[in-house]
Design a protein around this ligand. Structure first.
Ligand code: SR1
Ligand code: MG
Length: 396
């Protein structure tokens, strides 16, 4: 991997991105290149650069020094670009074929150059259009098991693990999650954003002390439990997919945190789809939810049996205890994600895109209710089948 350094930061345009790509010599010298900015995330520019003759392309991602979703008034560290590149590489060691290859990293310009994924679709967009991704759940289950097991104390020497914890210290991006997922939506905070029809439901959340106590406990886990190198923002907008391929992108929020956080965020974003779908299309997503957990837990368990270095690995009940804790955390974090995606700063198109105002309000109220149930009842819901039954029950 090339590491380019010693320049002043400037944000790229499509023209400058082409010049930049030429300098990297990833294309023949006289190649005619075309560039399009394709990013629709909250924080970065994403340029797709393609050689016209061969159709060969690369993705050039540049972090902006502020949050695009808010504007220049919200400055954001550029260090996140390096964290992202390193996380792609670390996760790529274990989740082979499930993350893009990194070709070059430029610390000063906060640029990561990576494999072209433009033949794939952002999973959120495709799911909204009811496209089928038969491999999505098994691939993400595998990705979660491989990345989370192999970066945990169960797989690593304690010195190596602690070195990674310090290398992936990501306080600024973690603070965004602490605020936007765990704090602001549960208080009358200025970052919140919800439609007037939800005011009563939102006020009920703000005054629900038992709920806030459970969210406080989940936030404490997020702040303190350095279990594994997380992706940190594993929603369906961070995944490229097709019928046969899945690639996890955008780990700029990567840090050492609780395993259930990544699992919970992904499941919450599938759960949103169960709210917006009916009939057979809904069944497809329920199946994805069960399959994700089943593949994750089976693979994690297999890795534990074959590779764990922990002295207590064969102590009866320990593996089951670890997986049970991950499951409860998963539900709790999923609940927080459902609530923040409905009333917090960063929404999802799945819900906001529902054109019929009444239907949109009903769907958003369901998301809030599910969020509350998952947070409050996470210790009682003891299997993925129970989650599916709950989702079926609430849709009747
Ligand atoms: C200001 S950033 C808002 C959200 O976008 C990112 O993708 C994360 O989900 C963050 O919470
Ligand atoms: Mg992102």
């Amino acid at each position: 991997m090339t590491v380019v350094t010693k320049k002043e930061y400037e944000s790229l345009t499509e023209e400058k991105a082409i010049l930049y790509a030429k300098r990297l010599e990833l294309f023949p010298k006289d190649a005619e290149l075309e560039c399009r900015e394709i990013g629709d995330g909250n924080l970065n520019y994403v340029f797709h650069i393609k050689e016209l003759e061969s159709g060969k392309g690369i993705i050039l991602k540049q972090a902006l020094p502020y949050a695009k979703v808010v504007g220049e008034s919200w400055p954001l560290t550029l260090k996140r670009a390096l964290i992202e590149a390193k996380a792609l590489q670390k996760h790529g060691e274990f989740a082979v074929g499930l993350v893009p290859k990194v070709y070059a990293v430029d610390e000063e310009l906060a640029i990561t150059v990576m494999e072209d994924l433009s033949h794939l679709t952002i999973a959120r967009e495709g799911l909204i259009r009811l496209e089928a991704y038969p491999k999505l759940a098994s691939h993400i289950g595998e990705y979660l098991a491989q990345t989370l097991f192999h970066t945990s104390d169960f797989a690593l020497h304690p010195f190596e693990k602690k070195k990674l914890v310090s290398e992936f210290s990501n306080p600024e991006l973690c603070k965004i999650t602490e605020d936007l997922i765990f704090t602001d939506p549960f208080f009358d905070h200025e970052t919140n954003d919800f439609e007037p029809s939800l005011r009563e439901a939102v006020a009920a959340i703000w005054s629900n002390e038992p709920l806030k106590l459970e969210v406080a406990k989940l936030k404490k886990s997020f702040l303190t439990e350095a279990e594994a190198l997380l992706h940190g923002d594993l929603h369906t907008g961070s995944i490229f997919a097709s019928e046969t391929e899945t690639k996890v992108i955008d780990p700029e929020f990567a840090f050492y945190g609780p395993v259930g956080f990544d699992v919970g965020l992904f499941l919450a974003n599938l759960i949103v789809q169960t709210i917006t779908r009916d009939g057979e299309q809904r069944e497809v997503i329920l199946h994805h939810i069960a399959e994700t957990w089943d593949v994750f837990s089976a693979e994690f368990s297999k890795l534990w049996d074959t590779k764990a270095v922990e002295s207590y690995k064969d102590t009866k009940g320990f593996k089951a205890y670890v997986l049970e804790k991950v499951f409860q955390d998963t539900l709790g974090f999923a609940g927080c994600e459902l609530i923040r995606r409905t009333i917090g700063l960063a929404h999802v198109k799945d819900l906001d895109g529902i054109e019929d105002g009444e239907k949109r309000t009903v769907s958003k109220k369901q998301a809030l209710l599910l969020g509350e149930v998952f947070i409050l009842k996470r210790r009682e819901i003891n299997s993925i089948q129970a989650v599916i039954e709950l989702l079926e029950e609430l849709h009747k």
